[in-house]
Design a protein around this ligand. Structure first.
Ligand code: AMP
Length: 173
């Protein structure tokens, strides 16, 4: 399946110079969406993970679909202030400034095997922060899965301590 053909590139969004990879067009194609989840289900079933962790917000779309397909718990990593129960937090860098991610402290148990999911790997800052929190709670990260990877932004290098998997690459920065 040529996943790249279903992903729309929007130049200069959200600011000049960014080539935004828009997965809303992919989601309008049920076969493409199903292909992604089927690929991951086949890849991760042998690992028998305890939970799937998805990153706010597009990671929820792909992560929760995978959790449903694998009949596994789904855990949300959210932007600050959205989770109602007790949380731990991790600050991470954006291009300008910082942001904070949170996770419920009771969402992962010690030694749980975890698959982390987001829509896109750019610099890796988001998943680095999410991974730190999962590990603080005692989780073992089996792999981090992305639909799209932008290799020129070197996310894999930043996340070198983890196994990384992506389904489509675009050579843009
Ligand atoms: P990063 O933390 O730099 O790896 O950025 C990853 C997060 O930012 C993901 O949640 C993406 O949805 C979003 N993101 C970063 N760059 C892009 C891009 N060029 N197109 C679409 N989403 C992006």
């Amino acid at each position: 399946m040529d996943l790249a053909s279903y992903i729309r590139t929007v130049p200069d969004f959200p600011k000049p110079g960014i080539q935004f990879k828009d997965i809303t067009t992919l989601l309008q194609n049920p076969q493409a969406f199903k292909y992604i989840i089927d690929q991951w289900k086949e890849r991760y079933t042998p690992h028998d993970p305890h939970s799937i962790v998805g990153a706010d917000a597009r990671g929820f779309i792909f992560g929760s679909a995978l959790a449903y397909a694998m009949e596994k718990p789904f855990v949300l990593v959210r932007k600050k202030g959205k989770l109602p129960h007790d949380t731990i937090a991790e600050e991470y860098e954006l291009e300008y400034g910082t942001d904070v991610l949170e996770i419920h402290i009771d969402s992962i148990q010690k030694d749980d095997r975890i698959i982390m999911v987001d829509d896109l790997l750019a610099t890796g800052g988001t998943m680095e922060a999410a991974g730190k929190m999962v590990e603080t709670l005692g989780g073992n990260i089996v792999e981090m899965a992305f639909v799209v990877e932008l290799p020129l932004l070197k996310g894999r290098e930043r996340l070198e301590k983890y196994d990384i998997h992506s389904l489509v690459e675009f050579m843009v920065d």
